[in-house]
Ligand binder design. Structure first.
Ligand SMILES: [Zn+2]
Length: 215
C-alpha cells in the first residue's frame, strides 16, 4: 500500500526541488510564449543588478552554453541546468537550455544565484580555498530563494508578465485585487509555498487575504 507520506523524490523531480504536475492550474507557461530565451536570462541578470550587484562578466555571455541545441546537432549536452566557477576568479559559466516557459524563467534566476555567489567570493581577501564555499547546499538555498522571489506576482508583473486579468473585488471594498480562477489557484499555491518557508506575519496575512478572495 502507498504510505500516507511519501518521499519528495518519488514525485516528478528526483531532487525534490519542485512538485510539478500536482496543481493543473499552476501552469503559467502560456504567459511566456513569444518571449526570447535571451530575454529570460537577461531578465534574471537584471534581478541581481536591481539588488545592486554588478553585471555578469562579459565572458559569461561568450563562454556559457545557455540555449537548446538544434535537433540535428551532433553535439549533445546535459539539459539539467548548472553554474560553474571555472577558475575561482571571473570565469563564471552556466549550462542551460533556456526555452520561453515558466520553468526556465525560474531556473535562470536560480542559476544566477550560484553565479552571483561565485562573484561575491571573487575578491582578494578571500583565499582560493575558501571560494568553494562551506557547502553546495548553501548555494542551492540562495538559488532557490531567488527562484522563489522571481515567481512572485508583483515581480512578474514588473517584468511585463501579466499572469491574469485582475478585477477589483467590490465585496471587500478595500481595493484589493483578486485574480481570475486559474491564476488565483496559482497565487494561492505560491503563497502556500511562501507560507511553508516563513511564519512571518506578512505571509500569513497575504494568505488570509487570498483565501478571502476565493469567490
Ligand atoms: Zn542550483
Amino acid at each position: 500500500p502507498v504510505p500516507k507520506k511519501i518521499p519528495a523524490h518519488w514525485i516528478n523531480n528526483r531532487w525534490g526541488q519542485k512538485w510539478p504536475g500536482l496543481v493543473e492550474a499552476a501552469n503559467i507557461d502560456t504567459y511566456f510564449e513569444g518571449r526570447k530565451p535571451e530575454w529570460i536570462i537577461k531578465t534574471a541578470e537584471q534581478f541581481y543588478t536591481g539588488l545592486g550587484f554588478s553585471p555578469l562578466p562579459e565572458s559569461f555571455w561568450k563562454k556559457s552554453d545557455l540555449y537548446p541545441l538544434p535537433p540535428d546537432s551532433k553535439r549533445k549536452k546535459n539539459t539539467h541546468a548548472s553554474c560553474w566557477h571555472i577558475d575561482l576568479e571571473n570565469d563564471i559559466r552556466s549550462l542551460q537550455s533556456i526555452e520561453p516557459n515558466a520553468r526556465w524563467f525560474f531556473t535562470a534566476h536560480h542559476e544566477l544565484g550560484h553565479g552571483y555567489y561565485f562573484k561575491a567570493y571573487t575578491r582578494p581577501e578571500v583565499p582560493y580555498l575558501l571560494r568553494l564555499g562551506a557547502a553546495p547546499g548553501f548555494h542551492e538555498g540562495v538559488g532557490e530563494l531567488i527562484a522563489l522571489a522571481s515567481s512572485q506576482v508583483p515581480y512578474l508583473q514588473s517584468r511585463g508578465v501579466y499572469l491574469f486579468l485582475l478585477r477589483r473585488d467590490a465585496a471587500l471594498g478595500s481595493g484589493h485585487l483578486c485574480a481570475q480562477p486559474a491564476a488565483r489557484s496559482m497565487e494561492r499555491a505560491l503563497v502556500e509555498i511562501r507560507f511553508r518557508f516563513s511564519r512571518h506575519r506578512v505571509a500569513v496575512a497575504a494568505r488570509r487575504r487570498i483565501l478571502r478572495c476565493r469567490y
